[in-house]
Design a protein around this ligand. Structure first.
Ligand SMILES: [Zn+2]
Length: 377
């Protein structure tokens, strides 16, 4: 099939190649006249979608001319993007094995990307591990490796490679390393190993002290050990640092509150959220209306008043909560800040764009829009 964007790309790099050749010829009378003809023939093959013939010609040119390797790299990534990974692998393998020292590492890195897009992760890993010894490609190789291990959910390996990254990068992504440790802790909890989970969570906090996920997991461990008071403190702390987690945390908090002799929690929730300074009054009200069961919304002090002049009574607040929950369940209770993905369930890492901590309750956005509408009217 005829695809315009790759073709345009192909044309662009052929034209650049031609220009480079003509400039080169002006300065060097010794060059043969075979090259421009090959460019035209290769171009014709590309236009007619005969990529293998084109690849053959450019490969031959690359052998004759060292600087034509760039054209092969362009061709290789063109093939990869078209999904013709076998061809990309053939080009990059040849460049790695037969190219000069200057192109070897670049070809190896391109080859690893080919293997990655072909789903040949073992091979990609092997090439990237070797490349970690290269000065120029070390960082890129380690970065790609971390991405592969993240995608595979191999958190131990992701963490190991993370620690090989430059110190400044590690400091920059400390939060992500803390998430890896939380992932490992969750796994330990599933296996019933609370002790190991606790150790891992402690380590997670050394990477990032204010990680609500570590609070939530520690709270679960405390709850299991019968330490409800301690669990409650941790849940509320997590809520304060990250109000977006309210839909996940509030049900757990209310469940504990029901078992405590003096459950003042219902009053505590709005206060903590308000004092966090991270939510507008409308966001706070809508969040509570969604997270707290309808029967209890009416008991929330101050919330009904903050729902705005048109929704004042507790009964209305409660029905708004039901409405918000229903809309949320239909269209996704959460939305990714980075890519806009809607999801019913919570993710620490967006399954679409793979950003960490990017999900946020959909009611946040709606409340924000309502706030803006009020402001601009
Ligand atoms: Zn996303």
């Amino acid at each position: 099939m005829f695809e315009l964007p790759p073709l345009l790309l192909a044309l662009a790099f052929i034209l650049v190649g031609l220009a480079a050749w003509f400039l080169g010829r002006r300065n060097s009378a010794a060059r043969t006249v075979r090259l421009p003809r090959d460019y035209y023939v290769g171009l014709e093959h590309l236009i007619n979608d005969r990529f293998d013939h084109a690849a053959e010609i450019f490969a031959r040119m690359a052998e004759a001319e060292g600087d034509a390797a760039e054209i092969q790299f362009a061709l290789g990534s063109l093939f990869r993007r078209r999904g013709e990974v076998d061809r990309a692998i053939a080009i990059h393998s040849r460049l790695r094995d037969q190219g000069g020292a200057a192109v070897r590492d670049k070809a190896a890195f391109a080859l690893a990307l080919d293997y990655q897009s072909a789903g040949l992760m073992d091979r990609a890993e092997r090439v990237l591990e070797e490349l970690a010894a290269s000065r120029e490609y070390r960082h890129a190789a380690l970065d790609t490796l971390v991405g592969i291990y993240e995608a595979q959910g191999d958190w131990a390996k992701a963490l190991k490679v993370f620690h090989e990254l430059p110190a400044a990068v590690q400091a920059d992504r400390a939060r992500v390393a803390a998430h890896y440790l939380c992932e490992l802790a969750e796994h330990a909890l599933i296996q019933g190993d609370s002790e190991r989970a606790t150790t891992l969570l402690r380590k997670a906090r050394t990477h990032h002290p204010e990680l609500p996920r570590a609070d939530i997991l520690t709270a679960r461990i405390e709850e299991k050990a019968g330490e409800r008071g301690a669990a409650l403190v941790l849940y509320l702390h997590a809520l304060e640092t990250s109000p977006g987690l309210a839909l996940e945390i509030i049900p757990a908090v209310l469940a504990i509150a029901r078992q405590l002799p003096n459950p003042e929690v219902l009053h505590e929730l709005p206060r903590r959220l308000r004092e966090s300074g991270r939510v507008t009054p409308r966001q706070l009200a809508w969040l509570l209306a969604t997270a707290v069961p309808p029967a209890q919304v009416a008991q929330l002090p101050g919330v009904a008043a903050e729902l705005g002049p048109e929704v004042v009574s507790a009964a209305e607040a409660s029905s708004l909560g039901v409405l918000l929950t229903r809309i949320g369940d239909a269209g996704g209770r959460y939305q990714c800040d980075e890519c806009g993905l809607n999801s019913v369930g919570w993710y620490w890492r967006c399954p679409k764009c793979r950003s960490w901590d990017s999900m946020c309750p959909a009611v946040f956005k709606w409340a924000e829009r309502a706030d803006n509408a009020v402001r601009s009217s």
